[in-house]
Design a protein around this ligand. Structure first.
Ligand code: HMG
Ligand code: MG
Length: 302
């Protein structure tokens, strides 16, 4: 039995755009969020409050947040690596903060310049402060399916980080395939470990699509009853600290899959395709979404 409803969190404005070397205007970032909410997205990861020296593209975080015309029922989340990031998130009135620990030591060092254990201690006050302010805490487990520096990542390592994040108060756990190497069997095994500790309603998958496995991996998750996924409009993005990794699976492709399965998303696929075309045009390229390109080609056919 597959879920009857799936929640998609569009992480394109953050995970997608963070990887862009070219300038993207504040106005275009705001317009992207507005279009996503008009298309029916109810959870949007807008930006990150990380060091602008590390990720210059996100330096306009406060301006983007300040420019949003918020829609009731939409949750706006931001990535926060430490208390400095949290202060920014609080001032920007984010609804939710995203903390992120790696299941691989090597990646933790490259991404946030500290060990896994140190990162957990940095996130502890962030989670506490977020809760004190009524904000939800999402946690991502990076490199859960493989690491660009150390290769294989064990199931035990993933399970350990899941438990540590829960231990500091994470409300939600996202299992992330940062470099998109996972295949369905391994994804099922990793998710089964996570499900030992995390209720289905607070467990999600975050699949980069580097090896083209993301849709299959999402289907494997659906078969387990998992019904929340991070996706990225137009397949934008990647991680600056995972060279060669492509963006998250395109929101358009996942919506097409889900609607084909009779699973409700609350998302209007036509509007979503318009949104993907909008941001892709702003970036000067085609969407990285088979569904989007097929639908745009069909529309253009007399
Ligand atoms: P650090 O250099 O070790 O930190 O960086 P520090 O505490 O020594 O501070 C150095 C400087 O950064 C100081 O400024 C701080 O004030 C400033 P200076 O005195 O040199 O002028 N600083 C900050 N500025 C703004 N906002 C902040 C902040 N913190 C410190 N929050 C740090 C440590 C974590 C800050 C750094 O490594 C960093 O920002 N890394 C960015 C990591 C990142 O954004 N990675 C991509 C997102 S994660 C991802 O994509 C994975 C995910 O999608 C899931 C998946 O796919 O796996 C979530
Ligand atoms: Mg990611």
């Amino acid at each position: 039995m597959l879920p009857t409803h799936v929640t998609l969190v569009d992480v394109g404005p953050r995970d997608g755009l963070q990887n862009e070397a070219q300038a993207v205007s504040v106005a275009d970032k705001i317009e992207l969020v507005h279009r996503l909410q008009s298309a029916g997205l109810r959870e949007i990861e807008v930006t990150s409050f990380v060091s602008p020296k590390w990720v210059p593209q996100m330096a306009d975080n406060a301006q983007v947040m300040a420019g949003l015309q918020r829609q009731a029922g939409v949750r706006y989340s931001v990535l926060t690596p430490n208390m400095k990031g949290f202060e920014g998130a609080l001032a920007a009135r984010a609804d939710e903060v995203v903390i992120f620990a790696a299941a691989s030591e090597a990646f933790s060092q490259r991404n946030i310049n500290c060990s896994i254990a140190e990162s957990i201690e940095r996130f502890r006050p962030v989670a506490e402060a977020a809760k004190a302010h009524g904000m939800k805490v999402r946690a991502a487990v990076s490199c859960a399916l493989g690491c660009p520096y150390q290769g294989e990542v064990s199931l035990d390592a993933v399970e350990d980080v899941v438990q540590r994040l829960q231990g500091i108060g994470a409300d939600h756990i996202g299992i992330a395939d940062t470099i998109g190497v996972g295949t369905a069997g391994r994804v099922t095994a990793v998710m089964a470990r996570a499900m030992k500790h995390v209720p289905l309603a607070e467990l999600s998958g975050h699949f980069h699509d580097t090896y083209g496995q993301a849709l299959t991996n999402i289907y494997a998750c659906l078969a387990l009853g998992i019904h929340t996924f991070d996706t990225s409009i137009a397949g934008l993005g990647g991680c600056p600290y995972a060279k060669g990794a492509t963006g998250n699976v395109a929101t358009e492709d996942v919506v097409y899959l889900l609607h084909g399965l009779g699973i409700a998303t609350g998302i209007d696929l036509d509007r979503l395709v318009d949104t993907g075309a909008f941001i892709s045009t702003a970036l000067g390229r085609k969407p990285v979404s088979r569904v989007s390109n097929a639908m745009l080609a069909k529309r253009a056919t007399p």
